[in-house]
Design a protein around this ligand. Sequence first.
Ligand code: P6P
Length: 339
Amino acid sequence: MTDQLGITVTNHILSQQDRHAGATGAFTRLLSEIIMAAKIISSEVNKAGLVDILGSTGRRNVQGETVKKLDEFAHGLMVDRLYRSGHVAILGSEEDADPIEPPRGVETGEYVVMFDPLDGSSNIDANVSIGTIFSILRKRSSGPECDMSDMLQPGTRQVAAGYVLYGSSTMMVYSTGNGVSGFTLDPSVGEFLLSHPEISIPARGKIVSANMGYWHYWDENLKNYLRYLRQPGPERPVYSLRYIGSLVADFHRTLLYGGVFLYPADRKDPKKPYGKLRLLYECNPMSMLCEQAGGKASTGDCRVLEVEPTELHQRVPLIIGSPEDVDEAVAFISGQRNQ
Ligand code: P6P
């Protein structure tokens, strides 16, 4: 695969399409619109400090979070480009409480896309890496209309997942179920070029990523795990703590370097007993990517991808990363181990 370094993401998608008998090109067209949106968002993010697109709109989204101008821009752009593909049945966005129906007169198709247009947006003004996350599924209900069954699908039914990371460079990482590949945007030609073929997460890492500020709100089993990681063992190094507070950036580092990222259940907000991260457009896409790279993703009780969704914006705890680290974390969190 390394002889393919430098091929564009579009050519890579077409080569994937050739591996799917009966692929009509609709999926390729859909992903191409996401790629276009990523390039435009990247351009806006990279000049956000120069134009009046920083700061907040004064609105709050369904999560009660202040909507930054840049994530409102990213949300509108994703909706526009995805429906422009002509292959979308319905959309779900972190920025919208309800499903986003197709505009009147727009050609629709078989795909459902759940997305977080600009995750980590609270970090925008501090120039910290942020990202776009997407999850692609097929429409389940029969007939031209959609219903909630089309959106409330377990992560095992995703046909593709990916993210765009707006960092020191802009990267796109995606999977259609045949492994994970990473592409870096070359601004001089405006193309995402293959830079990380066949990403494979290390079996075990040496980094733990969690917001230790919530220590007081975590249960004793989780605390036992984190204490264990801080005790050097004969065969095990002390783990470093790295936490950016932007899921795409924290996950991308975990995918490349190994280790474990945790956003666990906590008691800081009685309204959010299962932590902060949303199942359909954060945990499921990241879990598909992690498993496709040889990693694991658990809620602490079960495989994230097997959770049967009940609400559009439902939250689940997320323990994700190297398989040996996730197994160890779940053994502690479930009480099977205490040292
Ligand atoms: P906390 C960003 O707002 C986000 O949704 C994720 O990108 C990130 O992992 C998490 O919240 C950080 O949350 O509670 O640690 O600030």
